[in-house]
Design a protein around this ligand. Structure first.
Ligand code: HEM
Length: 394
């Protein structure tokens, strides 16, 4: 491939409040500039197109995570010891410790409970009829994940704030990241206390981690970071997917009718929601050696930014990418990542989102937006903050 000497530069701040709330025009402008674009404000190389995002995610020898996947050194230091921010054997060892908790078999054992909880959440929402969809979307992940991870009842009231902050803190050092850091550190401090007092729930992931530490398979300090590994990314992401699904079906009634006519489309619909409104905006990687991407030379130590949300709207990859269509085969979307670091919890996230959709299909005829939706301000998570809806019963 010919070497490109001129790397296009993008000056607007991708992490300004306005760009977070209205991000797609920025992604389109970046994609038009080229496959690798220097973000002058953040001194990183953004990858706005599908092909290069996928290439980097699949080449974890060259593009590593152990220097942190965030955009500031403090958050990247806090992330040390997590599965997300490790490479090679260390990563495989950490990931294998809890893999058995999220295998298809383990998930099958949780399915009835998740479906019952989803039915209860939707029944209560339909009874109220007018709801904030984000509250509805929050209920299921909050009732499933803390028990799975083994977080004690005490302290759960802070979890959502802490988990949102843990993501926000991974952005560049802007006002939001600075404001989020204390809460993100608070979550880590609390997790260390939980491990020290051994107050994790019996039979949970936390319990597995304590046992692994007693048996010398992990360092005691890793217990707390690994609990956060599974707790922090499992709330806002799934809340985003469920609330975006509600928003998209409310604003695309013909797609809701298609789903009502054929509930077998639910798995495709979940992929299409995650493609269309990818819950995670971007994570970074560092080039472990001098390399090249789409003909662009990258020196060792360069930080690249995998823009999942932009890759999933890339017209070079998708026909009509800005159209929400649950009939499309969106299984190759990158919203759950790909390769070694591909989302460890995607089976659970898919199960939760599907359970809510099935519960809605049974009980709801139409979904109507009744007020102005507001997008949340978070450096990493693309999620609605508020979405007033009317659920018109079947
Ligand atoms: C719709 C919901 C979700 C989305 C969109 C999502 C997205 C992602 C993405 C994009 C990555 C890749 C990070 C990278 O490339 O560096 C990831 C990793 C991860 N996710 Fe998820 N996630 C979701 C739900 C969950 C849930 C429910 C859990 C836990 C129960 C979870 C646990 C993890 C873990 C542990 C990793 C790190 C994997 C590794 O580094 O090997 N996620 N997720």
């Amino acid at each position: 491939m010919p070497v490109r000497t001129e790397i296009p530069v993008y000056h607007p701040d991708l992490y300004a409040a306005s760009a977070i709330r209205d991000t797609y025009p920025h992604y389109a402008a970046l994609r038009d500039l080229g496959p690798v674009v220097r973000l002058s404000k953040h001194k990183v190389y953004a990858l706005p197109r599908y092909a290069e995002c996928k290439q980097v995610l699949l080449d974890d020898d060259t593009f590593v995570s152990s220097g942190g996947v965030g955009l500031n050194p403090v958050a990247n230091r806090v992330g040390q010891g997590t599965t997300l921010c490790s490479d090679g054997e260390e990563h495989a060892r950490r990931r294998s410790l809890l893999a058995h908790r999220l295998t298809p078999r383990a998930l099958r054992a949780m399915k009835d409970t998740v479906e019952q909880q989803a039915a209860a959440v939707v029944e209560a929402a339909v009874a109220r009829r007018t709801v904030d969809a984000v509250e509805v979307a929050t209920a299921l992940p909050m009732s499933v994940v803390p028990d799975l991870v083994g977080w004690p009842q005490q302290g759960r009231e802070h979890l959502l704030r802490w988990a949102g902050a843990a993501f926000d803190a991974l952005g560049p050092f802007n006002r939001q990241a600075v404001r989020a850091l204390p809460a993100s550190l608070g979550m880590l401090r609390y997790a260390r206390g939980v491990v020290r007092d051994r107050s994790v729930l019996d039979g949970s992931m936390g319990d597995d981690l304590l046992r692994a530490s007693e048996e010398g398979r992990i360092m005691p300090a890793e217990c707390a970071t690994m609990m956060l590994d599974y707790l922090a990314p499992s709330l806002d992401t799934t809340i985003s997917a469920i609330s975006s699904a509600l928003h998209l079906f409310a604003t695309h009634p013909e797609q809701w009718r298609l789903l009502k006519a054929d509930p077998g489309l639910v798995p495709k619909a979940v992929n299409e929601v995650v493609r269309y409104e990818s819950p995670i905006r971007a994570f970074g990687r560092i080039a472990a050696r001098d390399t090249e991407l789409a003909g662009v030379p990258l020196a060792e130590g360069s930080r690249v930014l995998v823009l999942y949300g932009s890759a999933n709207r890339d017209p070079l990859e998708w026909d009509d990418p800005d159209t929400f269509d649950i009939r499309r085969d969106a299984a190759r979307q990158l919203g759950f990542g790909q390769g070694t670091h591909g989302c460890a919890g995607q089976g659970l996230a898919r199960m939760e989102t599907s359970a809510i959709l099935h519960a809605l299909l049974e009980r709801v005829d139409r979904i109507k937006v009744t007020g102005t939706p507001e997008w949340a301000l978070n450096n990493i998570i693309h999620c609605l903050e508020r979405l007033p809806l009317e659920l018109i019963p079947a």
